[in-house]
Ligand binder design. Structure first.
Ligand code: 5GP
Ligand code: MN
Length: 351
């Protein structure tokens, strides 16, 4: 990934102006990359003298609670005092991190779209970025937004500028978005970046434990239940799906983040090409999709679930019942297969 030097200089010019009021926003259901990139970029901007408010539409998963500065992130859904609205209304600049279109902000979309005269800068690695940003660092070839933020900080100030807490935040996104450095897009540049973060003093085993080994007992039991009782396999063993209703999640004291990783698990089965999970929410069903190799679930999500994402990890929503959602999925997979989209070779090298 090569940052556009011209874009970096434009950003430098924007950021060198006197202290500015900045808002950083990340996507709904913020993950390690959304939160990590927001926290690191916020710290970088604060070091430059700007005042920064980080906002996310809803709560991040509890296994990120340990991250430095996370308590200062405003959760729009719980923001009864209007801190986010005020920050957005007063902002000179808004950085949009780890999403490609304002619609991904869901309950926060209108606020960021209309309630401000701030310049909007996109920093993201999803396919098909929406137009309308004043400046866009859109690199779908980057494995995480944290890696793009690392490259930006390196280009603007040099790696010495990165504090240990910034380095930890950046590592969280690099680690989680690559499935612990196992998916595609693992470039030499990414590992050089990780080496720099290690030089900044990050403790990889501690971060790994904090993120991956901090679940509740309920989550472990829900996982067993989901795999054993709910996973269905179709298309001659190449497509798996599972669904969880609200009452099933409640039975295992479900908390936001507990289903993290479930959808990946079916892909540990040798022949599997696509895995899906349907999670019931009050108003809709959230669809998560994963694939291996050349099978493009971003395309599938766009075509059948009004969503998007990356080639091997995408999502969308369904506004009909669980049974209708599953029926629609099974029919859609059939059509997708008939059009040849499941037959593309599964590469052993690139996941
Ligand atoms: P996850 O399954 O982890 O929620 O999401 C996987 C990927 O798909 C992420 O990159 C996420 O941004 C994207 N994604 C998830 N849900 C949606 C959606 O409703 N619309 C779009 N455009 N992308 C989504
Ligand atoms: Mn990401």
């Amino acid at each position: 990934m090569n940052l556009s030097a011209e874009h970096v200089e434009r950003l430098r010019t924007l950021m060198m102006q006197p202290p500015q009021r900045v808002v950083i926003v990340a996507h709904t259901n913020p993950d390690g990359d959304a939160v990590g990139s927001s926290l690191a970029w916020a710290e970088a901007l604060r070091s430059m003298g700007h005042s920064v408010t980080c906002v996310v539409p809803n709560k991040y998963p509890y296994f990120l609670d340990w991250m430095s500065g996370i308590e200062e992130i405003v959760i729009f859904k719980n923001d009864t005092e209007g801190v986010a609205l005020k920050a957005v209304a007063e902002a000179d600049m808004i950085f949009c991190l780890d999403f490609n279109s304002l619609s991904r902000l869901e309950i926060l979309s209108d606020t960021i779209a209309a309630n401000t005269s701030a310049r909007r800068v996109l920093i993201d690695h999803h396919l098909s970025p929406a137009p309308g940003f004043d400046l866009a660092f859109s690199y779908p070839e980057a494995s995480s937004t944290c890696y793009i933020v690392f490259c930006l900080i390196e280009a603007l100030f040099g790696v010495e500028f990165i504090s240990t807490s910034m380095a930890e935040s950046l590592y969280v996104g690099m680690m989680t978005d690559t499935g612990n450095f196992a998916y595609s897009k693992l470039t030499p540049g990414l590992f050089r970046a990780v080496a720099s973060l290690v030089e900044r003093g990050i403790r990889i085993p501690t971060i790994h434990n904090n993120v991956y080994n901090s679940y509740t007992e309920g989550r472990a039991r829900l996982f067993g239940y989901a795999i054993d009782r709910k996973m269905q396999i179709i298309e001659e063993g190449t497509v798996a799906y599972m669904s969880l209703m609200e009452h099933e999640m409640r039975r295992f004291q479900f908390q936001q983040g507990d289903s993290e990783g479930f959808v990946n698990y079916a892909l540990t089965i040798k022949k599997m090409k696509v895995s899906a999970i349907f999670l019931a929410h009050r108003k809709f069903i959230r669809v998560s999709l994963r694939s291996r190799g050349d099978v493009d679930v971003n395309l599938f999500a766009r075509k059948y679930f009004n969503g998007g994402g990356h080639k091997n990890a995408a999502g969308g929503k369904s506004f009909v019942s669980m049974q209708e959602t599953i029926d629609h999925f099974v029919r859609s997979v059939r059509e997708f297969a008939e059009q040849g989209y499941l037959d593309k070779k599964v590469s052993k090298v690139e996941n």
